[in-house]
Design a protein around this ligand. Structure first.
Ligand code: NA7
Length: 535
């Protein structure tokens, strides 16, 4: 096959699969390059015990095909990793996408040569195309902390985002988990069930809300299927792509007992929907403090040992300013005799030894298996590792030396005909990802079709990009989000990464309207240039 399609799409997860389908529908030839052996993206790599989506299954899926919506059956309220992977494999087959994807193909560089993109892969392959679309996800570049001595560890260690396909045998073994973000909070209760002893190394105590996962009853599933038109409408009008109606109750105006009852009801319902029950929780410090206090009290109610409960209680950041996890028996797990909590903020990890983890105090925790649930170089990381070079050979790394800036999260000045699905500066990780992905792909497909029809190339203007960066900053500053000093939203989890609030916090519906307005006005934020035809 000729290696020169109209469009190359990098990645074959939710974003890449839909991009291939949609661009094909627009009559473009398209080819996908995927590092993994199969489709799935996030859900291909994240096979750690307990891996599950925090969005509910009935809307953590594509909306572009009502047939697909009707024929696929989800088994649980929150889909597990294996089920989502099966779904994406089904999508790849149903829409005949695999024939246009090269698997086990890692992109090592992508350079614009003035006429189009030249993409080199690790196996020596070369692809050329006019348009390059990145579908590499926001959380795909694993962050393994640089702790001295790791190479000397005599046991086995794994990052949750690169979990072995054959699984890891933890039965009866001494297991350590570093990290208590969404991933650690999912994995810890499951690992505790089979480990001989589980030691959790916690740097930042986290808020978490019970997921209340359960099998999806056939009547409930049928109800969602009958209601999809309304569900999708709600998602499109929402701030974060979830089909929730945000409460209009002023919680602070309520008497104490009614406010407590409201929070209790939200807690009983569980899940990310908790936030929708509390109006202004991310913008009003007083509302947030009330809510944070309620959640802190739940930790103390759940955890038997008062010292452990306090160590697990977040006091350094307001609720939901770091990505709020949801859990299944997370805090309850600390009541087990075979689980211990180590506060590595008070006594940081100094080295990894052949035997285990040694803290600065000299205390050593012997381990057979060490799990890094330490997150990702979020949003910009997956793009930077592609080795992208734009006009004049400028690298994306240089362009982003002071922090990742884009126009609408969709393109970067100096990088013509490059489109970034859920890139930095888009709502992405603050939303239900499939919803944001479909909006981006549809928008990009329209623009690419326009460029082809008029034989143009496009790149954001520096002015539009600078204005957008300012707007992204203002949108974050209008919320409490920047208050979490160690948040990966800010890049703070990766040493040396510039501190820039990366996702767009202005809300999905508002963002979508701005993208639509940009297209309707003929793409004024982009320089559209006639192409100099080589032939
Ligand atoms: P997160 O949310 O980045 O969590 C990573 C955790 O690992 C967090 O508790 C970190 O503590 C901790 N961490 C990171 N480096 C270290 C070191 N060096 N020592 C001790 N502890 C460390 O990643 P997740 O995988 O849980 O979640 C990512 C997203 O995936 C999630 O939000 C969903 O959207 C899906 P810190 O808070 O930085 O002090």
């Amino acid at each position: 096959m000729a290696n020169d399609p109209d469009v190359v799409v990098i990645g074959a997860g939710f974003a890449g699969l839909y991009a291939i389908h949609r661009l094909r529908e627009r009559g473009l030839s398209v080819h996908g390059l995927e590092a993994a052996e199969g489709v799935g993206g996030t859900w291909y790599w994240n096979r750690y015990p307990g891996a599950r989506c925090d969005s509910e299954s009935y809307y953590y899926c594509y909306a572009f095909s009502s047939e697909l919506e009707q024929e696929w059956d989800w088994s649980e309220r929150y889909p597990g990793q294996a089920e989502i992977l099966s779904y994406l494999e089904h999508v790849a087959d149903r829409f005949d996408l695999r024939r246009d994807i090269s698997f086990s193909t890692t992109v090592v560089s992508a350079a614009h040569d003035g006429d189009g993109w030249v993409i080199d892969t690790e196996d020596g392959g070369r692809w050329t195309c006019r348009w390059l679309v990145t579908a590499v996800g926001c959380l795909s570049s694993a962050n393994v902390p640089d702790i001295p001595g790791l190479e000397s560890f005599a046991g086995e260690w794994h990052h949750t985002g690169q979990w072995p396909h054959e699984g890891v045998d933890v039965a009866g073994r001494r297991v350590g988990v570093v990290g208590t973000g969404s991933t650690g909070i999912q994995a810890i209760p499951v690992l505790a069930e089979s480990a001989g002893h589980l030691t959790v190394f916690q740097r930042t105590a986290n808020f978490s809300i019970p997921a209340r996962n359960a099998p999806l009853a056939p009547e409930e599933a049928a109800g969602y299927k009958a209601d999809y038109a309304a569900i999708r409408e709600l998602q499109q009008a929402s701030t974060n792509g979830h089909p929730f109606v945000v409460s209009d109750v002023d919680t602070l105006a309520l008497p104490d007992d009614e406010r407590r009852a409201l929070l209790e009801r939200a807690w009983e319902r569980g899940g990310l929907r908790f936030r929708a029950a509390v109006r202004d929780v991310l913008t009003d410090p007083a509302v947030n403090e009330e809510t944070s206090d309620f959640l802190r009290s739940k930790i103390h109610e759940t955890v038997d040992d008062a010292t452990t409960a306090e160590a697990l209680t977040p006091r350094d950041h307001p609720f939901a300013t770091k990505r709020p996890p949801i859990d299944t028996r997370y805090f309850e797990t600390y009541n087990r005799a075979d689980v211990s909590l180590v506060d590595v903020r008070a006594d940081p990890i100094a080295t990894i030894t052949p035997r285990g983890v040694r803290l600065e105090s000299g205390a050593e925790h012997p381990l057979d298996v060490l799990v890094f649930a330490t997150g990702f170089d979020a949003l910009s990381g997956p793009l930077l590792r592609l080795g992208i070079r734009g006009t004049g050979g400028q690298s994306l790394a240089d362009a982003w030396a002071e922090g990742a800036t884009t126009y609408l999260g969709l393109g970067v000045a100096g990088f013509p005909d490059l489109f970034t699905i859920t890139g930095p500066g888009s709502p992405s990780v603050l939303t239900n990802m499939p919803t944001s992905i479909e909006q981006h792909v549809d928008w990009i497909a329209d623009l690419v079709a326009h460029l082809r029809a008029h034989d143009l190339e496009a790149e954001p203007t520096p002015e539009a990009q600078a204005q957008w960066a300012e707007h992204v900053r203002e949108a974050a500053d209008a919320t409490l989000l920047p208050q979490a000093a160690s948040s990966w939203y800010l890049g703070a989890n990766v040493p040396g990464k510039p501190r820039v609030f990366l996702p767009y916090a202005g809300g999905f519906a508002r963002y979508r309207e701005m993208c639509d307005a940009e297209a309707a006005a003929g793409y004024p934020g982009f320089a559209l240039r006639a192409r100099q035809q080589a032939a």
